[in-house]
Design a protein around this ligand. Sequence first.
Ligand SMILES: [Zn+2]
Ligand SMILES: [Zn+2]
Ligand SMILES: [Zn+2]
Ligand SMILES: [Zn+2]
Length: 489
Amino acid sequence: MWRRSREVPAGDLAALLHELATPGCLLCGAAERALSSFYFWYLNEQYHEPPVVTRVQSAHGFCRRHTLHLLVRAGAGTVTSIYRLAVPAWAELARRLETGSGRRDGEGPALAARARPSAACPACEQEGRTLERTLRGLHRAVADPETAARVVRSRAICLTHLLAAAPSLSWTGLRTLTEAALHGLGEGGVEGLWGTDGDAAVRVRAGGARSEPASGPGPEARSTSLADLHRLLGGAACPLCSAGLTSVDRYLRWLEREVFEPAHRWSEATVLCPVHAHDLASRAAPASIAALAAAARSEWTARLRELHAGLERRPPESPFVRLLDLPEQLRRTGDGGRSGWRRWRPALAAVLEPPERRLGRLRDRALNRPPCPACRHAAAAVERWSQLLAAALDDPGTARRYARSHGVCLRHLPAVLGRCRGSSAAGLLLRSMRVRLELLAWELEEAQRKAGWDLRHEPAGGERTAWRRAASLASGAVLEPGLPVGLSS
Ligand SMILES: [Zn+2]
Ligand SMILES: [Zn+2]
Ligand SMILES: [Zn+2]
Ligand SMILES: [Zn+2]
């Protein structure tokens, strides 16, 4: 259905060697090219083809990140057409769920399961396939020592992609790519450490690195949680998207100052995802970035060096042959003040450990770290605020505010629905969603109708911004809440 993007086919050594001529992470480059190709074909040829329309409907559009790509690359007319084809199907889904709701309390989880998209974001899927194929090609290529040396020289993998790929790599693959990542760490800048982020500049233009969203829960001393929730509902975007963005914003602001304090207070930040690393880099003082990068570089250099040293020689497959290493292992482990069997036992256990188990142990010790703290804080904020929203919707004052608010986006609807205890809260969520989607469907149709040649005398009305609101209702706060949006037109 979707055209294949240009990528390094697994086993195509010539293509891989060509890509290696340019230094930098091969996977970051392949992902960027895959997305360019994906959007080129999607926007120029495919978005109106029935199977593609069905696929986008099932995925509930694109994820936040890829919706931003869509808005940046496509004109308002094309985005209007894309949502014009998808929104009626979502309105129909909301109507079906609404009709089936309100019968009994505790139906939230069942409704949430039906409200989830039945397919992944198409762009994510394409990106994932490309990364998998490129990694497979890279993995095969490093079996050849000469190509492996070129992979290392060209710093063919960034830290982020090494961490993601490590569990699937063989002994040789992990050793070579660890060395390549070590080379990359030596390079200055955020890319060498945390990988490239093709969306960074676009997010800055869209306000992603702006000050705290006005709609975020405020820190006022007299504030109650319900008042904070009402403030979130007063914003111009999905309250859960706003809560997540606010949480990331606060963490990055805190981190920017905290990096001058002792490292144990913020050491988890040496694993930032590319998105949050670039968000921080676009707004923090150069001295803060330099302090964080120096700490991350020093920590990861030590970890990768230790891993690389541990992987220097793959032990023989046969346990009997491995026993020949026992004298060397005894010399390395020393006696540690033990004697007899107690002295032999650790060395014997080390020698008898199967190579695959040793690979897993070395890999976990060096690379197992909790994921990006900013992503974790955002996920926790969404989780907490969706619990509160689900509970508060039974309060008449909150229900009235919710009915007047932007409401949760389609992507966050299942999170709140699943936590609704009472049937009236679930009914309110579904009714609001259905009405918003039906109004949007009308506006998108109207925008397309007015774009016709014979209606050029008609002044444009509110429907001219329906495409932006459709993106915001489907995929959440793609663009910073409350900001005038105007990337494509
Ligand atoms: Zn990368
Ligand atoms: Zn996506
Ligand atoms: Zn949302
Ligand atoms: Zn992150």
